[in-house]
Design a protein around this ligand. Structure first.
Ligand code: PT1
Length: 260
């Protein structure tokens, strides 16, 4: 899964022609590099980031989804928590809902069920604005698993097919480095949830802390993290560096196909 940035740089507004055009070119590059899914989001959810209203989110995502859909059948996920954005994005040609609050907003479960598309349910402690203040768990792996099991149950009850459910432990979302490492080293235990598993580690602070490197020097750390995750059973990895990660994952897949 390749991450398409639609949030504005200092020279333009999100949703402006320039921003959409840049994101579209980025999407084309990723398609050429062999991406399987494009993740399009109009709200930054990095630690400390602030809420974006629906009109702005729509402006940043819908024209881009339509533009990608005109040139390719590549599956597109919409990274949003808002049911209104889910609906309009799927109408515009997106295929998957990526919800970092695990469809906990009013109506989100019902809308997702009605749309009948795959959904990613992610764990987060707190909100993007406050989540890194003082993350606390007694047993991070057990607690994240219990939460995801509850959201799977809620999704099933709402009428979402088990085959359409993906879960994500939410690396960096209300977690210290130790919490993240515990989750990564226990990733195989999430297989008992009996749904697909998505993992997003690319360029995150966790990698920066381990390597003592800024965000633009985390490519090798990110590729290594993707390899670790897929070795431990991740079905989808959410990444910035598609070409590099595609090669790395091909190596893992070859290894996994050896009959023992
Ligand atoms: C993710 C994810 C996401 N991450 C899914 N969607 C982000 N399903 C956005 C840091 O610690 O992991 N899974 N959508 C980006 N959010 C973050 C969080 C970016 C933490 C950076 C950090 O550096």
């Amino acid at each position: 899964m390749g991450i398409i940035n639609t949030t504005p740089d200092s020279f333009s507004d999100g949703g402006s022609f320039d921003t959409t055009e840049k994101a579209f070119q980025h999407a084309q590059q990723m398609i050429g590099d062999g991406v399987d899914i494009l993740d399009v989001g109009g709200e930054s959810t990095r630690p400390g980031s602030q809420y974006v209203d629906q009109a702005q989110e729509l402006e940043r995502t819908i024209p881009l989804i339509k533009a990608i859909r005109e040139i390719s059948d590549i599956p597109i996920s919409i990274d949003t928590n808002k049911p209104g954005v889910m609906q309009k994005a799927i109408d515009a040609g997106a295929n998957i809902i990526n919800s970092i609050d695990a469809l906990r907003q009013e109506n989100a479960l019902a809308v997702a069920a009605e749309l009948g598309v795959p959904v990613c349910l992610m764990h987060m402690q707190g909100t993007p604005e406050n989540m890194q203040k003082e993350p606390h768990y007694n047993d991070v792996v057990a607690e994240v698993k219990v939460f995801l099991q509850q959201r799977i149950d809620a999704a099933l009850t709402a009428g979402i097919d088990r085959s359409n459910i993906i879960v994500d432990p939410g690396f960096g979302f209300g977690k210290t480095l130790q919490h993240n490492l515990h989750l990564l080293s226990s990733l195989t235990s999430f297989q008992s949830l009996d749904v697909s598993l998505l993992v997003g580690l690319s360029r995150k602070r966790m990698i920066g802390t381990i390597l003592d490197k800024p965000v633009d020097q985390r490519v090798y750390g990110s590729i290594s993290s993707a390899v670790i995750a897929v070795m431990q059973g991740a079905d989808i990895v959410r990444v910035h560096d598609v070409a590099e990660t595609v090669d790395a994952i091909k190596m893992v897949k070859a290894l996994k196909q050896v009959k023992t």
